[in-house]
Write a protein that binds this ligand. Structure first.
Ligand code: NOJ
Ligand code: CA
Length: 597
């Protein structure tokens, strides 16, 4: 076999013709305009957002068009053809709204304006039109658990206790004493309440002190959010990713954290009494009126995940969980790496359980990287030069062969890796900086923290995108807001375009292959050889077809006990030119096989 690529190509072409996408990009996303289903759509429950590959762009780091060192909307416009060439269907942009950038846009000061550094509303309209012209849908980021303290609502709210905006936020009058304990994920002293002198009160902030929590108990706040959603949907935006959406409801008596939570603040915050009621209201009043997709960032357990996405409950389409990406850290730590590492059996267990949980109802998602996670290559594969390319392709194979909508993070298609800063001064992320301060203050182990941050820190995945081998990887002609990974000279788009077997071209082919093979989207998933600590093996089955995916997660040869006769199996896809029919896999080898009937 010279290469599996030719074979793949012809299969794609044949099957693509027989499997038109579930829903062409509507020119206007108002529900009444949804077209009639095509006769070929025989799979029950088909939806365009189930079949989509989502490509996440961190706008700050994608492409700087004006030399100020910060990526911007015009930069994305310049690169639309590149984005299109990937074969993805949906782009999710991290927040692009007006913001003082305490948390890189997750602190919004005006929900209807574009962040100055990113451009103008005219740029946005051009970007959206450019995406739609290319058949790509655009999903924005709704950050409505909190706003910026520089939002007009908060500026008003803090002025006086009888200001009309007072109840837009959560306040605790100081004469009642110190408020009941709430922790903050980002505050430099960890306190979730911040004293505000003008009204002698504390305000609540689950994240930084510049991110006060909005008071969803106030119906006016909810109406403001709904109206803002309508504003963007009426422009033609195709959906929202919803930031910490499970945190929106709070018991306004602020009770102490109940013992049953065992001090797990995230879980407690995610259990607010009226969270589902509010999402249902949002669905009724806004979401149900448009053909859009919604994805909640909600680190909840499986049961509650179902409550968010069960179509009968009319809330959201999907959520993403944290069980997988949380493996390998010491429990309740600031992402301190567990010296024992992570076990493939645990990894398989997580993804298999979540698959099973959505087998009958709801729909699953899968991701290994995003702006809150390090680079997937460093964390789950190997960034050692000899394994970088194959292990990057292995992870891509995992993501694109699960029964779930894949959320694929920009730069992972190149096999970008963690920058691994040595010094705290290099970090720009409030999480790293404030955790460092907290550990220092507590006299903790700073060396251990910095070592762990080389693997775990969010800035690892926020470094500028690597376009070519010119200065600053072609990202900016100025000084980049965050250092460029020095490996850009070899790892960049220009170099990978030239190489048919690069991770970039592998991703492109596999994204198209998934689309053309509904078995990879909708087919039943079954784990094979569960106890194997080296190989993750599973089958996908639909309409009489049965594919076997073999993924060797180790840097040495391994094989799986699949029970299938692999000598008769047909190789459909793989990250090595050859697959040994005795089932022996090379280091980080990934292969997709068609099992004969
Ligand atoms: C989750 C976002 O993904 C993260 O980047 C942000 O810091 C927090 N929510 C707060 O908005
Ligand atoms: Ca710029």
């Amino acid at each position: 076999m010279r290469s599996v690529n030719f074979l793949i190509f012809s299969i794609i072409l044949t099957i693509a013709a027989a499997f038109p996408a579930a829903g062409q990009k509507p020119s206007n996303n108002k529900k009444q305009n949804t077209r009639k289903p095509a006769p070929a759509e025989t799979i029950p429950g088909r939806k365009w957002w189930k079949e989509a590959v989502v490509y996440q762009i961190y706008p700050r780091s994608f492409k700087d068009s004006n030399g100020d060192g910060v990526g911007d909307l015009r930069g994305i416009i310049q690169k639309l053809d590149y984005i299109k060439s990937l074969g993805i269907d949906v782009v999710w942009l991290n927040p692009i709204f007006a913001s003082p950038n305490d948390d890189n846009g997750y602190d919004i000061s005006d929900y209807r304006a574009i962040m100055k550094e990113f451009g103008t509303m005219k740029d946005f309209d051009e970007l959206l039109a450019g995406m739609h012209k290319r058949g790509i849908r655009l999903v924005l980021d709704l950050v409505a658990n909190h706003s910026s303290d520089e939002h007009r609502w908060f500026q008003e709210s803090r002025k006086s206790r009888d200001n009309p905006y007072r109840d837009y936020y959560h306040w605790w009058p100081a004469e009642k004493g110190t408020p009941p304990k709430r922790v903050s994920f980002f505050d430099e002293n960890g306190d979730g309440w911040r004293y505000d002198a003008p009204t002698n009160s504390y305000y609540l902030h689950y994240f930084s002190r510049k991110q006060p929590d909005l008071n969803w108990e106030n119906p006016k706040v909810r109406q403001e959010i709904y109206s803002m959603l309508r504003f963007w949907f009426d422009k033609g935006v195709d959906g929202f990713r919803m930031d910490v959406i499970h945190f929106i409801s709070k018991d306004p008596s602020y009770p102490p954290i109940p013992a049953e939570f065992g001090g797990d603040w995230g879980k407690f915050y995610g259990s607010g009494p009226r969270r589902h009621e509010y999402i249902q209201e949002m669905n009724r009043e806004v979401l149900s009126k448009y053909d859009v997709m919604t994805i909640g960032e909600a680190g909840v357990g499986m049961q509650d995940a179902h409550n968010f996405v069960d179509a009968d409950r009319k809330e959201l389409n999907m959520i993403y969980h944290f069980e997988g990406v949380g493996l390998g850290y010491l429990p309740n730590s600031k992402k301190i790496i567990d010296p024992a590492g992570w076990k493939l059996t645990d990894f398989k267990n997580v993804y298999t359980r979540w698959d099973a949980s959505f087998a009958e109802k709801g729909w699953n998602t899968v991701y290994l990287g995003n702006h809150d996670q390090p680079r997937m290559l460093t964390r789950w594969g190997s960034d050692a030069p000899e394994w970088r390319e194959v292990s990057s392709k292995l992870l891509t194979t995992f993501l694109l062969t699960q029964r779930a909508t894949p959320y694929y993070y920009f730069g992972d298609e190149l096999g970008m890796s963690n920058i691994k800063f040595d010094r705290i001064e290099d970090y720009r992320d409030i999480e790293s900086i404030n955790w460092y301060k907290q550990i220092k203050e507590a006299g903790g182990d700073l060396r251990q923290f910095l070592e762990s941050q080389k693997i775990a820190a969010r800035d690892n995945s926020r470094t500028p995108f690597q376009w070519d081998a010119t200065t600053n990887a072609g990202f900016t002609s100025g000084t980049p807001w965050l250092k460029v990974n020095p490996n850009y000279k070899t790892i960049n788009v220009a170099a990978e375009e030239k190489n048919a077997n690069s991770p970039l071209n592998y991703f492109r082919r596999l994204a198209r292959f998934r689309k053309a093979n509904p078995v990879l989207i909708y087919g039943k998933y079954t784990l094979v050889d569960a106890p194997n600590e080296s190989v993750y093996a599973y089958t996908r089955e639909l309409d009489g077809r049965k594919l076997l995916v073999l993924l060797n997660f180790k840097d040495r040869e391994a094989s799986a006990d699949t029970g299938f006769d692999l000598s008769r199996a047909k190789v459909l896809f793989g990250n090595y030119p050859n697959f040994s029919k005795d089932g022996r896999l090379k280091p980080y080898q990934a292969v997709i096989l068609e099992l004969s009937k």
